[in-house]
Every structure is written in C-alpha cells, then in structure tokens.
Design a protein. Structure first.
Lengths: 319, 276
C-alpha cells in the first residue's frame, strides 16, 4: 500500500519517530512496517529452515564431540574422539571406499548414456514423446518401487536376469548375496533410475546451443563428429559439470535401495554412508559416533560443492 | 543431411533398445502382479499370465493397511505442498523485489538447504521431533520440508521477471504490497508454481528414508514406506506376485498422471536440477 516508501537502512526510520501528532505516528508506523515487511515475509521460511536445517547442522557437529550411546547414556565430552574412532575403524574406510566405488561405477556410465540418449532424442525423430517417456519414467517412481522391481528381476533361479544369463551360458548368480556383484547390482539400479533424468537435463542444455553455430560449421564442411567435439561438447560443459556434481551428491545420498535390497550386506560390501549413519544412530544407538560420521559427510559434500562452484566459475570465465 | 534413412534407422534402433531396457523391468513386474502364485516358479519365464487373476491385489489389501497408507501419503504430500506454497511465495517475493539489510547473506543461508543431504540431518531432526512430541505423526514427516529453498529459488526467478513499471502502475491504482502479490505476481507465476508442485508432490510421494526414521506404526506411515515394510515382513518377502501387485498399486496413480501430463512433468523436472 505504501510501496513508495523505500526502506534504505533501519536507521532511516529514527528521525520519523520524533515527529509528533497523529499523522506522524501513522507515518512512523508505516515506515516501521516498510522496514519490517521483508523480514516478516521471510520469517516463516527462516523459522522452519532454522529449526530443521541450520540448527541440526550445528547440533550434529556439537554432538559429534560427545560420547553418547547405550553404554554412556549421559553425554560425555570427548573432543575429537569420535573422529579418531572413525579414522581407526576399518569399516568406516570400507564404507567410504564402497561409496566411492558406487559413485565411480554409477556416474561416468549414466552421464555418458544420458548424453548419448539426449543427442539421439534431440534429432527430433518421430515418436520422440514415447521414447522420452519410456526413458524418463523411472525418475518419477519411488526408489523403493525400483528396488522391488530389481529384487524380483535379480532373484536367483527365477529372476529374469539369471534366466537370460543362463541362456548365454552364465552361471546362476545370487546377485545381491554375492560379495562382488551386490554393489554392481546397486550401481545398475542407480543407473536405471537416474539416466532418464540426467538425459532431460542434457536435453535442456542442448536446446540452448544456438543453431547458427552448427549452420556455420556445416558451411565450413565440418563433419558431424567434428561438430560434436568442437561445438556440442564444449558448449554443453556447464551442463555436464552440473549433472556430474548432482550425480556425486546423489551417490552419497543413496540409502533406500541399500536398505531394501541388501541391508549393507553381504559382509558390508554395499554399506554406504547414509546407511552406516543410520545403523550407528538407530540400531546401535551410538548417537555421538553417528553424528561424527554425519559431520564428515557434510564436509565431503561441502568440499565437493565448493570445488564445483570454483571450477564452474573458472570455466565461465574461460568461455 | 541428418535425415538420411540409414541414420534415422540407427537413431530409432538405439532409442528403441534403450527404451526397452528401461521399460521391460517394469513390464515384467506388472505382468507378474497378475499371475497365480505358483506360476512364477517356472524355470522358463512365462511372459503372459496363464490365468490372469486379481487375487494378488486383494491379498495386498488384506495384508497391509493400504488405504490408510494412501490417505497418509495424500495428506503428507498435499498438506506439505499447501504450506510450502505459502512459505515460498512470501520468501521469494521478498528476495526478488525488496531491498533489505542482510538480504544476500540470508539468501545464502537459504541455499544451504540445497547443498546438504537431508538424510544427514536426520539424527538431530529425529531428536527435535521427539522433543516436540511429534514422533509417529504425519506432521513429523512434513516438518523438515516446510521451507523449500528450491521452491523459493524457482519462484524468485519468476518474480524477478515482472517489470518494475507494472508494480508501480498497480501501486498507483491502490494495488500494492500483498494485494499486488496476490492479484498480479502469483497469477503471473503459475507455470513456476506448477513445476514446483509436481516436483514436490513426486518427491514426497516417493520419500522413504525420513518416514522410516520418524514413524513407528502404520498410524502415520506413507505408501512407499509401507511397501518397503511389507517387503520385509514374512508375508511380503515370500510372495513375489503379491509384492509386485503392491508395487504396482503404489506407483499406478503417479505413473498414469505422468503418462497423461508427460510434457509438464518433464519440463518441471528440467527446472528442478537442484531440487530432486
């Protein structure tokens, strides 16, 4: 209603407060409102954000400095003890290694596939909508449902994969019970679930590359292969980069499929970060240690995000 | 030159291959759901059910409180969306069109929500929920998401695009402040709201881990979690046809909506980059 009053600094309000009389008071109230309004607008968001995002982050680091578990129900300050414990626990390192393997197994393949599929879809072939829907639908179904689908498909003896595997002369494999293949199975599910989503992000990136660049390249006799390496890929690099970071963060958030398909087994071969935190917090009730592992995960993801933005920055300047 | 028949054939061939690899698993479980129980234990897979039956679906309804889960899911997903629409509208409007002290710092504090894995704050949020006396309630499932950095970010972009002159003209006509927001800014941002709504509904329909942590009984449990728990009970684990029927029942409605409004869904997720 009084949008014309431009709040510059809260200090600008003070002189108005000394104005006497009813008119002055109204004006003062209006000025106070004008200053307070943006804060009132963001208040609900920041109330929830503080309670459920900022505070828990701080509290996690705080709790990570305490011994707090079934054996020590009364919190006891132990400094970096929980971090030292993580450092000297082989399982912690195995979980880290599992998660890195999971990321390395999932990301390059899904990104490459997603890019190829995006390029193919971008050819504007007939039936495009059908192909796109077929490739994208796993994005909108729950990971829990995807886990059920693949549990059944990977079942020993009666599962589809083993049937056709046997037809090709492979042995009957208990995929999820096998120390070597269980993580590979989770990687497969991860790729299957996410490739369509990454493809769509690539499509968005492809569609903003100016057509005239290709026209000029064709005039100069560039082959499709050259056009891909000299135009498409370089101009797509911010998208690629963005998708890659998103994929890394995804891979460190993976939990549903671990919980439902392997419970981290066999022999902790598929125990990933969030599942490890879950186990320690809610099965062993070792809250202090679980907080320390959460803290480490924060730092890993924060490091990756910062690295991402730095590299992106450089790339933008470079371009 | 891209329209050479051989090239087109290759493109179709590759897309068809990829599409089949993605679709066949779903097709397989969908067909399994209509089979009789003993039919699946054949060593040569039978694609079509020999005697199509609905008994698996009835079995699911007997074995788990399916409608209870459905109701909980609807309440959580839509209730949450309702609150989010209010919080993100107000915050996005302030960040897009108002000058205030500390704005940029506050905006970065908002974006922190996008940078962390929500699963990694689960322990402390669990403690908070217990202290608030909200354990095992639908409100607890919604709580960590009542503010949405993604939604605020998305709407802020839209609100920023509204010309200043429009706002000034409206203000002169007595349509300033909240009125401008309600009658002009919000209607102009409908595509943004739609994109946010689809992503938010899908995400919370599908969410598994946080409901798992924060619920103890079927009182507040959502569908996806119910499916996961059913799979781990003796009844579910031993019975593939019933488990596949349950899976199909959980995904049926969202999947149908996706097939009908494909373009909208995909465009929304295109914008979601950070939100998924």
């Amino acid at each position: 209603m009084n949008r014309t009053v431009e709040p510059r600094t809260p200090a600008g309000v003070v002189p108005a407060a000394v104005v006497a009389g009813a008119r002055g008071r109204v004006r003062t109230r209006r000025r106070v409102m004008a200053v307070a309004r943006p804060y009132l607008y963001i208040l609900p968001t920041f109330l929830f954000l503080f309670v459920f995002t900022h505070y828990p982050i701080l509290k996690t680091f705080y709790l990570s400095l305490f011994k707090w578990n079934l054996a020590t129900p009364k919190m006891k300050f132990i400094g970096l003890g929980n971090y030292v414990q993580a450092w000297s626990t082989p399982l912690f390192w195995q979980v880290l290694q599992n998660n890195v393997l999971f990321a390395v197994g999932t990301i390059p393949i899904s990104l490459a596939l997603a890019l190829v599929l995006a390029l193919l879809i971008n050819q504007k072939v007939r039936g495009l909508a059908i192909y796109r829907a077929a490739l994208f639908y796993p994005t909108i179904i729950p990971m829990a449902a995807a886990a059920m689908i693949w549990l059944w498909i990977l079942t020993p003896s009666y599962g589809l994969v083993n049937f056709y595997g046997k037809a090709l002369g492979l042995p009957d494999i208990h995929w999820l019970g096998h120390s070597r293949f269980a993580l590979a199975a989770l990687i497969l599910v991860g790729i299957w679930k996410r490739v369509g989503y990454y493809m769509v992000i690539f499509l968005a990136g492809l569609q903003v590359i100016p057509e005239h660049l290709y026209e000029a390249a064709i005039l100069e006799g560039a082959s499709p292969w050259q056009r891909f390496w000299r135009i498409t890929l370089p101009l797509l690099s911010p998208t690629t980069f963005f998708v890659a970071i998103m994929a890394v963060i995804d891979s460190f958030q993976a939990i549903d499929q671990v919980y439902l398909m392997t419970q981290g087994g066999p022999g902790n071969n598929t125990n990933l970060f969030i599942f490890y935190i879950y186990q320690n917090a809610f099965r062993f009730f070792d809250m202090g240690y679980a907080s320390a592992v959460s803290g480490i995960l924060f730092l890993i993801l924060l490091g990756l995000t910062v690295l991402a933005f730095r590299m992106l920055h450089r790339r933008v300047h470079y371009a | 030159m891209r329209s050479r028949p051989l090239w087109r054939l290759t493109v179709h061939g590759l897309l068809l291959l990829a599409g089949l690899v993605i679709v066949v698993p779903f097709l397989w479980i969908a067909l399994t759901a209509f089979k009789e129980r003993n039919e699946i234990f054949s060593l040569i897979p039978q694609w079509l059910p020999a005697h199509p039956t609905l008994q698996n679906f009835w079995g699911v309804l007997d074995a788990m409180p399916f409608w209870r889960y459905y109701w909980n899911t609807l309440v959580v997903a839509f209730g949450l969306l309702g609150v989010q629409l209010i919080t993100i509208t107000l915050a996005a409007y302030a960040f897009a069109r108002m000058e205030f002290w500390g704005r940029d710092v506050l905006f970065i504090l908002l974006l922190v929500q996008l940078m962390i894995a929500p699963q990694s704050t689960a322990i402390q949020n669990y403690v908070t929920i217990v202290n608030l006396g909200l354990l095992d309630t639908r409100l607890a499932i919604m709580a960590p998401y009542l503010a949405s950095a993604f939604g605020t970010f998305l709407l802020r972009q839209t609100f920023k695009g509204i010309p200043k002159e429009l706002e000034e003209a409206a203000s002169l006509d007595g349509c300033g402040g909240l009125r401008f927001l309600a009658y002009i800014a919000v209607p102009l941002a409908v595509p943004g709201y739609l994109a946010f709504a689809l992503v938010s509904l899908t995400y919370h329909w599908n969410e598994f881990f946080w409901p798992l942590v924060i619920t103890e009984t079927s009182k507040a449990r959502t569908l996806t979690l119910g499916l996961g728990i059913f799979a781990q009970t003796a009844e579910g684990a031993a019975d593939w046809t019933m488990l596949m029927a349950a899976t199909l029942m959980v995904v049926a409605v969202p999947l149908l909506l996706f097939l009908v409004f494909q373009r909208r869904f995909i465009n929304s997720f295109m914008q979601s980059g950070l939100g998924g």
